[in-house]
Design a protein around this ligand. Structure first.
Ligand SMILES: [Zn+2]
Length: 313
């Protein structure tokens, strides 16, 4: 039987995939449309994207279910299809490995609103939605649940508890940090610093502590976050930084760090003990391919076998 991800990644680092949203847009998804619906209406397009990531050498694929909670899906009148779309997402991610061993991480993104008293959603609303999503992801065979791009500990906890209730054997909590205006620090939008987040996640049953996305969180900042996580927690650490810092081009936010630029920060991350590394906004299968090469050098230097990538076609 395959090892649990939280055990496997302690032996040597694993490579996770890159961005999904921008890849869906490139494949024809229009801004504001429901990307999760494509798991059923255009599964071949989602599969093609994820296959590019596995062929580039990704060991872990995150399902196309970021906005797959009933609350998010309701915006597209797809709330009633939550279970269907999440299960399809797991099946596609699994298929993308083409029979090779790999880890499918069932993705739970933010529910997209604010909790009461600041917003209109009660904890019970969010709990119901996350439990439904987590159950579908686990039932369909996800190897882990990643509760990601989180900024508040309250919402993170609801997501992690939902994963627990669903029987997930690996739960990953992943926070999105923003670099402060003066550049001296980073914390989430809700003011949470990495040490606090890691301690909270460990106390509440996470198996892996992670960070992803955020504002200004490039490879260098990810390294700092990994170090700060490691200073307070003994859990494996996962990092998925963006492809550089966001720039405003034609009123659109773009991330334009090339694979060559971004990959320079990978060896320091691995040397700092990062257990799983992937990439977030602006990254592509080419970034994953560049990461694979460096990660393979790292693996070989430690006496492990290189994983390699398939030739581009
Ligand atoms: Zn991102």
């Amino acid at each position: 039987m395959k090892k649990l991800l939280q055990q496997a990644c302690l032996e040597h680092p694993y490579l996770c995939d890159g961005a999904m949203g921008t890849q869906l847009m490139l494949a024809g998804l229009e801004q504001g449309n429901c990307g999760e619906e494509w798991n059923v209406t255009h599964p071949e397009r989602v599969l093609a994207i994820q296959r590019r990531y596995t062929q580039a050498g990704a060991d872990c694929i995150i399902t196309n279910t970021f906005g797959g909670s009933r609350i998010m899906l309701n915006r597209h009148s797809n709330g009633g299809r939550a279970a269907e779309l999440n299960k399809a997402g797991v099946a596609i991610a699994r298929q993308s490995f083409e029979g090779r061993d790999g880890y499918v991480l069932g993705d739970i993104g933010p529910f997209g609103g604010l909790l009461a008293p600041f917003g209109e959603f009660t904890e019970a609303d969010v709990q119901t939605a996350f439990e439904e999503q987590a159950a579908a992801l686990v039932e369909a065979g996800a190897d882990a649940i990643i509760v990601e791009t989180q900024t508040s500990l309250e919402e993170l906890l609801i997501g992690m508890n939902a994963a627990k209730t669903a029987g997930a054997c690996c739960i990953i909590g992943s926070m999105a940090y923003d670099v402060t205006l003066d550049g001296s620090n980073f914390r989430t939008m809700m003011g949470i610093e990495p040490e606090r987040a890691a301690e909270f996640m460990e106390e509440n049953g996470a198996h892996i502590v992670a960070l992803n996305c955020g504002t200004g969180m490039d490879m260098e900042r990810a390294l700092q976050a990994v170090e700060r996580y490691k200073s307070v927690s003994s859990l494996p650490v996962m990092a998925q930084p963006n492809a550089g810092k966001p720039k405003l081009v034609n009123m659109k936010v773009v991330y334009d760090e090339t694979p060559e630029q971004m990959v320079k920060g990978l060896m320091p991350l691995l040397n700092a003990g990062a257990n799983i590394v992937g990439s977030c906004c602006g990254s592509t299968p080419e970034h994953t391919r560049a990461f694979r090469k460096v990660m393979d050098e790292f693996l070989e230097s430690k006496g492990f076998e290189a994983v390699g990538a398939k030739r581009e076609n």
